[in-house]
Design a binder for this molecule. Sequence first.
Ligand SMILES: Nc1ncnc2c1ncn2[C@@H]1O[C@H](COP(=O)(O)OP(=O)(O)O)[C@@H](O)[C@H]1O
Ligand SMILES: NC(=O)OP(=O)(O)O
Length: 320
Amino acid sequence: MSKPLGKPDRIVVVLGGNALGNTPEEQIERVNNAAHALLGLIEQGNEIIITHGNGPQVGMIQNAFAAAHDAIGTPAMDLPECGAMSQGYIGYHLQQGIGREMHKRYKRWHVATVVTQIEVDSDDPSFQNPTKPIGPFYTEEQAKEIMAAEPDKVFVDDSGRGWRRVVASPEPKKIVEAPSILNLLDNEFIVIACGGGGIPVVRDYDDKGCYKGVAAVIDKDAGGELLAEDCQADVLFLLTAVEHVAINFGKPDQQELTDITADEAERLADEGQFGKGSMEPKVRAAIKFARSRKGRVCIIGALDKASETMAGLSGTRIHC
Ligand SMILES: Nc1ncnc2c1ncn2[C@@H]1O[C@H](COP(=O)(O)OP(=O)(O)O)[C@@H](O)[C@H]1O
Ligand SMILES: NC(=O)OP(=O)(O)O
């Protein structure tokens, strides 16, 4: 069992996109449960900043626009705009869920979502090699039918769970709205930012060096790590469906890890112990955060055990 962590000041909490459900009703229910757990963290004396995934949601939004375009001629919607809509859609439910809990306990609620752009390199290699699964699962037959009709779309088998569309997932470099996020934190807001890894943008040198969106979806664990560094967080908390990171995952000799160093985690990641596109990005984000400043810790654990995980009773701690 891991040691309790004491009372860190600032925690960036990353909520998995798959943990948010597939419909608005499911999302409200799951966000309300998450809000309860997140308020537990505040009651333990911590300051929290929240970010979240958006893979299922951004795909759903883009598919809905594509269907409406085919049916009634509404405009098709590009991925950066769909990413921005997913930040609003998920942030809205988080604001309501957290706001309700805040009001019950403290008779006040200062919760704000920041529509966040993150700068990426226009020549990031991921633009040539899409890996980020978005939208619903398809059968192999359905996926191959769509690829034949729309050759610009790539589908892959997603860890044996079905076929999913994949898009580019560039490395996040700079949070454009970092000053606004820090300002809200200074004014005691609970901030929801960098949703879906942030809206990926590149510098537009034809427009005074301003930004323009690019068709990609950043990994939210990588975006959350950057957010945690920018906010001077002490702890990065990656909440997902499993209680622990494991080696030999899914095999009879599976072994759950409770406490590992960044060096051990890197060795295991290089050995291929963690699912590509699922657990590996979390472990890589954890390693980067643990190495970014002495004393920083990343904890990977289950969303429904957030308080126990924070108390050191569950989850996998990764540190230097
Ligand atoms: N070595 C591993 N240890 C634990 N879980 C793993 C491992 N490899 C793959 N996984 C899978 O990764 C999942 C977490 O990734 P993902 O589903 O992308 O989460 P999220 O949507 O919460 O970010 C776990 O629920 C588990 O099924
Ligand atoms: N943007 C992102 O990483 O979303 P998921 O958590 O849904 O994969």
